[in-house]
Design a protein around this ligand. Structure first.
Ligand code: UD1
Length: 421
């Protein structure tokens, strides 16, 4: 299993190119099941989760080729509507094939994802949404077995503004008879991107980026080419890397509009920012100011940037409180950050962080994707050497993170069974 060896204490300097968004690419890949034919999707990040979704599409019968950052997906012969447990348990976003399979093939057999390192993470809203659209669902040996004679538009109120449920229902509704209205829909940029992709396929969707999305079902959709939006969480992570190391970093190919709350918090914490159309430059000041953060649905502060913020606040001059309202149990990084010397007390869904003067390197373990990112950030700022074990978690969502960090001057190396890369 790969690990990172990081020698901390180097202020990061330089320019880094932000990759395409993982959380937009995954549902868009699933959406190619809605109409047979050949799609070319550009700016796709080269990540483990993208490879997992490609694998799933191949099981369903699609041909998928990945060249540089362009995916070519041919769904002409996709006709096996199944998502096996072996894949779904490694990537929950596999559930995104449920809506497209039901809409196009009228049946689907998709494994329930099961537990997650940071809490129960139910998919009940996805399932209820499909039922509202006229699907019949049963549970068989851990699989959702879904059938329909033809989906019909419905008004669906989401109790929680779920990103995944909004995407899944939106995809299914594109081919349903009549009008679907999703109330309390997710406004996240990745859902807007999925919506734009579906519109390019011929779907009739209004209200993207608002709480009410209206979909008029159409008879058929058609393949299209598309370019994925930049990854706002990768961008946010690299900005924190600049600030936590006292450096100066410039991001290119990013979308500052999608990062407004994170940028505001970075400024509160002492960063100087210069923002252009698709670049952001950050210059750190000589100290990190304590800054409270509460996660919320978009445009609030993202839960996917919560762990990174705790790492930053671990070195702030003073105390801060970081609260996660989206995933109250998403704190597996805290005991690992404590191994590096962070002073954090967890109470319910809040981390009370008292900034320390320095962190000290130690072996730590990745537990999930963003938790791993927070450990890498802390290690970059820590004195001495940190070994971050099980970095396969980070490879799920960050493209070549060690190479991008090396480009900024970081001393980070990947080793595999004791062998340096
Ligand atoms: C997506 C992102 C993930 C991010 C999360 C919140 C992808 C592939 N993943 O995950 O990185 O952290 O949004 O921004 O895009 N909920 C239910 N029932 C459901 C579905 C969700 O109760 O059926 C709850 C969840 O437990 C959670 C909240 O809704 O408390 C938000 O989850 P959701 O927006 O669905 O997250 P994901 O789409 O799984």
């Amino acid at each position: 299993m790969d690990q990172f060896i990081i020698e901390g204490g180097v202020p990061l300097r330089g320019t880094v190119r932000i990759s395409g968004s993982k959380n937009a690419a995954l549902p868009i890949m699933a959406a190619t099941l809605l109409a047979p034919g050949v799609y070319r999707i550009h700016n796709v990040p080269r990540l483990r989760d993208v490879r997992t979704m490609a694998h799933l599409l191949r099981i369903i019968g699609a041909k998928v080729e990945f060249e540089d950052h362009t995916l070519q997906i041919d769904t002409s012969r996709a006709d096996f509507p199944e998502a096996p447990y072996e894949l779904v348990k490694t990537m929950r976003a596999s559930i995104y094939v449920l809506g497209p399979l039901l809409a196009r093939m009228k049946r689907a057999r998709v494994s329930l994802p099961g537990g997650c390192a940071w809490g129960p993470r139910p998919v009940d809203l996805h399932l209820r949404g499909m039922e509202k659209l006229g699907a019949h669902l049963e549970l068989d040996r851990g699989y959702i077995v879904a059938r329909t004679d033809g989906l019909k538009g419905a008004t669906i109120y989401l109790d929680v503004s779920s990103v995944g449920a909004t995407g899944n229902i939106m995809m299914a509704a594109t081919l349903a008879r009549g009008t679907t209205i999703i109330e309390n829909a997710a406004e996240e940029p990745e859902i807007v991107d999925l919506g734009h992709f579906l519109q390019r396929m011929g779907a009739r969707i209004q209200g993207l980026g608002s709480k009410t999305i209206r979909i008029e079902g159409v008879e058929a959709l058609h393949p299209t080419d598309y370019t994925i939006i930049p990854d706002r969480i990768e961008a946010g992570t690299f900005l924190v890397a600049g600030l936590i190391t006292g450096g100066q970093v410039t991001l290119t190919h990013c979308q500052p509009d999608h990062l407004q709350e994170v940028l505001a918090k970075l400024q509160e914490a002492g960063a100087q920012l210069r923002i252009d159309r698709d670049t952001i430059s950050l210059t750190a000041s000589d100290r990190i100011r304590p800054t409270h953060v509460t996660t919320a649905v978009y445009p609030g502060y993202p839960t996917d940037m919560q762990a990174q913020w705790i790492a930053l606040m671990a070195l702030a001059e003073g105390s801060s409180v970081i609260t996660d309202t989206i995933y109250p149990d998403r704190f597996t990084h805290v005991p690992e950050l404590q191994r590096l010397g962070a002073d954090i007390i967890l109470k319910n869904n809040s981390a009370f962080v008292r900034g320390v003067k320095k962190l000290k390197g130690a072996p730590v373990m990745s537990t999930d994707l963003r938790a791993s990112a927070s450990l890498v950030l802390a290690a970059l700022a820590a004195e001495g050497q940190t070994e971050v074990l099980r970095v396969y978690h980070i490879d799920r969502g960050y493209e070549r993170i060690e190479e991008k960090l090396q480009q900024l001057g970081a001393r980070i190396q990947r080793i595999d069974d004791g062998k340096l890369y």
